[in-house]
Design a protein around this ligand. Structure first.
Ligand code: SF4
Ligand code: SF4
Length: 481
């Protein structure tokens, strides 16, 4: 059975009108096509500027936040050995994992909400794959030149200049990738110690492994694979279209205005020629980082970067045509119908998002930054002391989840004569620390009506923060007479 079909091909790397390539020379190609390298043409414009600032801000935050500390605690630090997570001045412990999970769910709903309104703005402006690919492409353009120069350089035979340019590019990419890897590991391993340990060969073996892993992954993803990650590896690219509807504002070509496309002189009257506004220059295809032709309609390969809008607007300006042949618009607007911003789908995602954010904010605001756990000594049920009172032994585990050290007073409730024989001194617990405190409680046996009597342990901070916690346990005594 043949695996070949006749198709019309568009080459994003050619400069001329596409109808010469597409309409007159249909070719036969393999269904399984090998990757064709895309030489993206640099373009300037409004959306490119927005992308630049958004990508620089995100990149800056990534490389900067790892160095910031608040009162000696890192701004963001995942301390896996201590099982503590420091986020923006708060410390989370394994028991707070539901909060981290809730924050991830909020991010997911936020993404769905934005996608429903504005399509793949996440992909085009903020996704790490886009951010790093953009930086790598910027470096490539500075070292190897424009897209035509890069094409020529790749086709040229090896020469000292080619070797120098290629080496400079790969060394620069590897340095950025290494900085990315070190920074990533720095969120788990204090960055200052990591740098000192890495270069004195004193770091943990896993630190070397993960720095190496993220260096290689960044170099390959942003340098070599680029749009292939979006097209074949990213699951979001596959399912985002189910969040689109006729009112989603996405990058689109306006065929009513642009067709029939065709080249013409600037001075020519397009109405007389029977042409639309598209001069078929192919610039929108040349700037596309995924190499597609937006004029073919909505395609899952489109990452919503809006570079084709800037490209087409620059052509429209040169032709003295109104801008916006390619623009952010909705399917309804393209068909001359009104668009709705607020609709059941956006209300649904928006309401769920608000609900989740509200729940997390309330949980964090009312979160008690101390936890008390009481473990009864199972070795001895009870004993009598010299006064004839009954004694029980416990271990109190005080988990100070605050960013500051605290002193706690231990109290008892539930049995009137209960007194602390051991553990009645205030207990100091360091910030984010867990302290075990042995405690002995004595009770007048006349106060016990049963073998097991409920007793409550309460801890209270000695400062005026009002931080406290309590836990119920049981006091074991003799069978009442
Ligand atoms: S068609 Fe290409 S250039 Fe245009 S928004 Fe989509 S990915 Fe970007
Ligand atoms: S850049 Fe604009 S005018 Fe040129 S081919 Fe694309 S849509 Fe047509």
């Amino acid at each position: 059975m043949s695996s070949q079909i006749p198709v019309q091909q568009i080459d994003p790397n050619t400069d001329g009108p596409s109808d010469k390539n597409n309409k007159k020379n249909p070719e036969t190609v393999e269904l399984y096509a090998s990757r064709k390298k895309i030489y993206v043409r640099e373009i300037k414009g409004l959306f490119q500027r927005i992308r630049f600032f958004s990508l620089m801000a995100l990149m800056g935050m990534y490389f900067l936040f790892v160095w910031i500390t608040i009162d000696g605690e890192p701004l963001i630090h995942f301390d896996l050995p201590a099982r503590e997570f420091h986020l923006y001045g708060m410390t989370f412990f394994p028991q707070d994992f539901f909060l981290l999970a809730a924050m991830l769910i909020i991010c997911a709903f936020g993404l769905f909400f934005i996608t429903t309104l504005f399509g793949r703005v996440w992909c085009g402006y903020t996704c790490p794959q886009t951010v790093w690919t953009f930086i790598f492409m910027w470096v490539e353009e500075r070292i190897e030149g424009s897209h035509t120069k890069r094409m020529r350089l790749d086709k040229a035979p090896n020469s000292p200049e080619k070797m120098i340019r290629k080496s400079a590019k790969h060394v620069s990419w590897l340095l950025i990738a290494f900085a990315t890897g070190v920074t990533f590991v720095g969120y788990f391993y204090p960055i200052r110690e990591l740098l000192a340990d890495l270069f004195t060969l004193g770091a943990n073996g896993w630190a070397y492994f993960w720095v190496g892993f993220f260096t290689v992954a960044t170099y390959l993803n942003a340098g070599w694979m680029r749009e292939q990650v979006c097209l074949y590896m990213c699951p979001y690219a596959r399912f985002q279209s189910v969040m689109f509807d006729r009112n989603t504002r996405i990058v689109s070509y306006d065929p009513n205005r642009g067709e029939p496309r065709g080249s013409r002189k600037k001075s020519a009257d397009r109405k007389e020629l029977g042409l639309g506004d598209c001069i078929d220059c192919g610039l929108c295809v040349q700037v596309c980082p995924t190499g597609i032709d937006i004029r073919d309609g909505l395609q899952y390969e489109c990452i919503g970067c809006a570079l084709c809008i800037d490209a087409c607007d620059s052509v429209m300006d040169k032709m003295d045509y109104p801008r916006g042949l390619i623009r952010y618009t909705t399917e309804n607007e393209l068909e001359g119908r009104p668009s709705k911003l607020l609709r059941p789908r956006t209300f649904g995602y928006g309401a769920l998002l608000m609900l989740m954010i509200g729940a997390v904010v309330v949980t964090i605001a009312t979160r008690v930054p101390v936890e008390l756990d009481v473990i009864r000594d199972r070795g001895a049920l009870f004993s009598y002391n010299g006064n004839g009172w009954v004694e029980n032994t416990y271990t109190l585990k005080i988990n100070n989840m605050a960013e500051v050290p605290r002193e706690f007073r231990i109290g008892l409730e539930g049995i009137e004569t209960a007194r602390l024989l051991r553990g009645n001194e205030p207990v100091q617990v360091a910030a984010g620390d867990l302290r075990s405190v042995p405690v002995v409680v004595e009770v007048n046996p006349d106060d016990l009506d049963d073998i097991n009597t409920s007793i409550t342990f309460r801890i209270e901070a000695t400062d005026d923060s009002g931080v406290s916690d309590e836990t119920d346990s049981r006091f074991v005594g003799p069978r009442p007479r």
